[in-house]
Design a protein around this ligand. Structure first.
Ligand SMILES: [Zn+2]
Length: 446
């Protein structure tokens, strides 16, 4: 059973060394053992999975190598909705010690469960995440991820306690108070969404607080939404901190699936717990390492809700080059877009991250923007609203026109599309306290 396999490694657990540096042959051996166990467990306990396996004529015993994962059926978010709330659980509720759920903006939320052992694994993968980003027991950490049903707040919290850091469980919101706490409590590290941190940077400026002089923050882990390298440069440049990307999703465990190390060159996946594949999102055929496609995970140690070949909708590729940090677990490229976020305008596929890159390439912009799609006389129009700084608004009309043109040119260069650029007043685009909403598709309205 999974429990025994896991205990086998538990005794040797040193998060900053052993598991992230396991010799590759041993790592693949651990993965295979666990894959066989998780497939057997899921086949036995989860009717939906068993039906799909039977329909394909595949039995758990057919999984003899890691590549045999390809024999297994895929799963998607729709499966979680269809079996709401507990249909994909593989253990009785008496074994489940924690539930989390997605925000469920459309329809029912998705529900995920954890056994006591799942909670322990979660804590450990978050500890590995934090160690990779240079966090330690000497840090005073302001955790601004939302606490509650969302996996971000409590997920990070467990790992922060695990490494012995001082945690401030402040959750999101009340931005002015966040800055006060950051200053008065001597905060050295932060956790939140990148878009919320941008908001904090701005609020600090408004309050006359200089990140470099008045605050002690040195590093942060940022996640729960895709963000670009340009956004990182902006955050690091404006504050002097090191900004690390983290990756996770509730359906797999929450945060703690992958993390950047000090090289900031892709995210190491904790492969002893998560088997990673990249597939063509259309044909679902496996793609070779290095090629971009949809990220698919099979959980290798989850008990309460194992995921088999779960399609994340996130687009990336596997990087097999060895990392200068010495970790042997492989990396994926940073995720700058999700297939769900893509929009098609005048026949061209566009991701919001491309617009962000274009805006940040043009000098002197605050990365607050919205993309508004409308349709007039059957023609799609893309408007990009960009906030400019107060001083810039005092600029001459000519200078503003020139700036607008530069934005438009940059967007055209990256997407091949013309956009109508509107410069808007500072503070006029609503700030998010969690994940930012960038895209407003009004093409089918009125
Ligand atoms: Zn590394």
């Amino acid at each position: 059973m999974i429990r025994n396999l896991w205990n086998d490694l538990e005794g040797t657990f040193f998060p900053e060394s052993a598991l992230d540096h396991m010799p590759e042959a041993r790592l693949r051996e651990v993965q295979l053992q666990r894959l066989k166990a998780v497939v057997a467990l899921t086949y036995e306990k989860v009717p939906l999975f068993r039906e799909r396996m039977d329909a394909k004529g595949v039995k758990p015993g057919d999984v003899r190598t890691l590549a045999d994962v390809r024999l297994l059926p895929f799963s998607t978010k729709a499966d979680l909705r269809d079996t709401y709330p507990y249909g994909l659980f593989a253990v009785p509720m008496s074994e489940v010690v924690r539930l989390h759920a997605s925000s469920g903006t459309t329809g029912k939320p998705i529900v995920v469960g954890y056994t006591a052992q799942d909670m322990e694994v979660w804590k450990q993968v978050i500890m590995r995440t934090l160690y990779a980003a240079g966090f330690s027991r000497s840090d005073i950490v302001q955790n601004m991820f939302g606490y509650g049903l969302f996996t971000g707040g409590l997920g990070l919290h467990g790992g922060l306690e695990g490494i012995g850091a001082t945690v401030i469980p402040i959750s999101g919101g009340n931005t002015e108070r966040q800055i006060m706490v950051m200053k008065d409590f001597g905060v050295t590290a932060v956790c939140c969404t990148p878009s919320y941190f941008i908001h904090l940077i701005e609020m600090a400026q408004k309050m006359g607080i200089d990140f470099r002089k008045d605050l002690k923050v040195q590093r942060g882990v940022f996640g729960a939404e895709p963000w670009t390298d340009q956004m990182r440069q902006y955050i690091e440049g404006a504050t002097g901190i090191k900004a690390y990307d983290i990756y996770g999703l509730s359906e797999i465990i929450g945060p703690g699936v992958g993390a950047e190390c000090h090289c900031q060159d892709g995210l190491h996946i904790f492969e002893d717990h998560f088997l990673v594949e990249i597939v063509d999102p259309q044909t679902l055929e496996p793609l070779p390492d290095g090629q971009e496609g949809e990220l698919v995970f099979t959980t290798l140690s989850k008990q309460a809700m194992p995921a088999i070949r779960y399609r994340t909708r996130d687009l990336t590729s596997i990087d097999t080059r060895s990392c200068a940090c010495g970790r042997t677990v492989r990396r994926i490229r940073r995720i700058s877009h999700r297939s769900d976020d893509m929009f098609i305008i005048r026949g061209v596929n566009v991701f919001p991250s491309q617009i962000e890159t274009a805006l940040l390439k043009t000098e002197a912009t605050l990365p607050h923007y919205q993309i508004v799609l409308t349709r007039k006389s059957g023609l799609d129009r893309m408007e990009v609203r960009v906030e400019v700084s107060g001083e810039m608004l005092q600029d001459t009309v000519g200078a503003m026109d020139a700036l607008q043109k530069r934005f438009g040119h940059s967007i055209a260069q990256i997407t091949g599309l013309t956009a109508e650029v509107t410069l808007v007043q500072p503070g006029s685009i609503p700030r998010s306290e969690g994940k930012a909403k960038r895209l407003f598709d009004k093409r089918n309205e009125g």
